[in-house]
Design a protein around this ligand. Sequence first.
Ligand SMILES: *Cc1c(COP(=O)(O)O)cnc(C)c1O
Length: 364
Amino acid sequence: MIPMVDLKRQYHNLKADIDAAIQGVLDNAQFILGPNVAELEKEIAAYHGLSHAIGVASGTDALLLSLRACGIGAGDEVITTPFTFIATADVISLLHAIPVFADIVTDTFNIDSGKVEEKITSKTKAIIPVHLFGHPADMDPICALAAKYNIRVIEDCAQAFGATYKGKKVGTRGDCGCFSFFPSKNLAGYGDGGMIITGNKDMAKNLRLLRNHGSVVKYHHTTLGYNSRLDEIQAAIIRVKMKKIEEFNDKRRINADIYRTLIKRDDITLPIELPGCRHVYHQFTIRSKNRDGIMKTLQNENVSSAIYYPVPLHRQEVFTRRNISAENLTNSEICAREVLSLPMFPELKKEEIEHVSNVINHAP
Ligand SMILES: *Cc1c(COP(=O)(O)O)cnc(C)c1O
């Protein structure tokens, strides 16, 4: 079976360093907000050329805490894409704010910046663009609208660590950039974890409060916070992988190029990289009207594939029950019917990509 992602191969390659990193934490016995979290925060802030990075418990919490730090609460509207993982939008509702969905473009699967302005009202407080599958969202027009209407931008970079837009790393344009270290992401731990980057000192201070029960001085609490700290063992593991992130992303890009040269079918649209963007291929996602047939053939030939995402968020029961508007979201519905993600990870072998492509080319 060719899997979507094979974490055992990566562990095998990094075993000595990972084992030593974990052992180091056990020996040091500082398990919460220890030196590895502090060092990883410095390394990730420096990687992005920003002054602040705040480790948190997950990518979901990175978004939730960022919304809180931006002052978003009951009745506020937050514009985002309906074609993403649920976490991008459920955090909005969890704060009693209202998600407002703007449709996507079918070539990158990202929010259509031309459809954002018509969704802005006097209640709009933030936009959450998602750099889906590793391709940067169209940040210039989004940031221009945010400046024009004085609203915040929180970037969901969970799938796009190291991707760039016009030479700038994703996560650095918005008020906050949110990352996930879920095991299958491009930069990942062996459990849950997340990180927020920001260039704003007050925002950073607020986020540090929020992740630790609203407290700077132990047992003195100034705001309602959370238990949302990045785990020290995860931080130690992620630091090992952080040294390899460029290599990992380059390898994904090479794999994408091989797929692109080998898959030859008129009824398949291959993923593209827009000019000025550096795609990091968290997923290699094709589109076809014959999606279900291709998926079945792959399955029969022992190749994994997956549908990200089969149900756009405005069709999810959790939001239909809340009467969230589902108007003019046609492209996200089309993509939900036609997308198929293929095996993609840095350690994927050329022969495996050849096999997958072959199966696809010969599928009925
Ligand atoms: C994975 C993911 C998240 C959530 O991250 P977790 O670490 O799993 O909480 C949010 N948004 C997107 C687009 C994701 O892919």
